[in-house]
Ligand binder design. Structure first.
Ligand code: PNS
Length: 165
């Protein structure tokens, strides 16, 4: 019997507790979850793809059903490569919907076997984004409970002590 594999793709720059919550929610639904970090030349990421993969691997260490990979090019091609039919995306609010809807339909057009599964993170994380994590950290705001400690440590290393008013 073939494995039910899901791909959870994203930029993860950096990963935060909302992403980790989605990974945990996926695990009982699939045999294997592949967290797929996008190589995107056009974005200027804070962390390199290698760093992001390393951070996520550290966080999911011990979960035999979770793998962390990077990919470039089309998501549907990567899914074919790893034998996945389901792509998982987190939906935080209605504002996410339009972009996610477009991507889901384009991915289906590119490969009709691909199904997008939307998952809702815990309410406490519904406003959380990687962009806000970086902004709040750099301005000295408290991120306790929103990002795991290894991410905070990397933010300190990369951005230095937060600027306080
Ligand atoms: O975390 P993000 O930045 O919202 O994730 C976006 C991601 C990585 C899911 C999306 O940009 C993607 O799948 N990129 C790969 C290129 C691709 O397949 N583009 C067509 C998808 S409609």
């Amino acid at each position: 019997m073939s494995l039910r594999t899901a791909v959870y793709p994203g930029s993860f720059d950096p990963i935060h507790n909302g992403h980790l919550d989605i990974i945990e929610r996926c695990r009982p639904l699939f045999d294997e979850v592949v967290v797929a970090v996008l190589h995107n030349e056009s974005k200027q990421p804070l962390f390199s793809v290698e760093e992001r993969v390393e951070i996520i691997r550290e966080l999911v260490d011990g979960s035999a059903d979770v793998r962390v990979e990077s990919f470039s090019g089309l998501l549907v091609d990567f899914m074919e490569k790893v034998g996945a039919r389901a792509v998982v995306r987190g939906l935080r609010a209605v504002s996410d919907f339009e972009y996610e809807f477009q991507m889901a339909l384009m991915n289906r057009r590119l490969n009709p076997r691909v199904e997008t599964v939307f998952m809702v993170p815990r309410e406490d994380y519904s406003y959380l984004s990687s962009r806000l994590v970086k902004e709040v950290f750099s301005l000295g705001g408290d991120l306790t409970g929103l990002v795991p400690e290894p991410v905070l440590a990397r933010l300190r290393q990369r951005l230095g002590p937060p600027v306080s008013a």
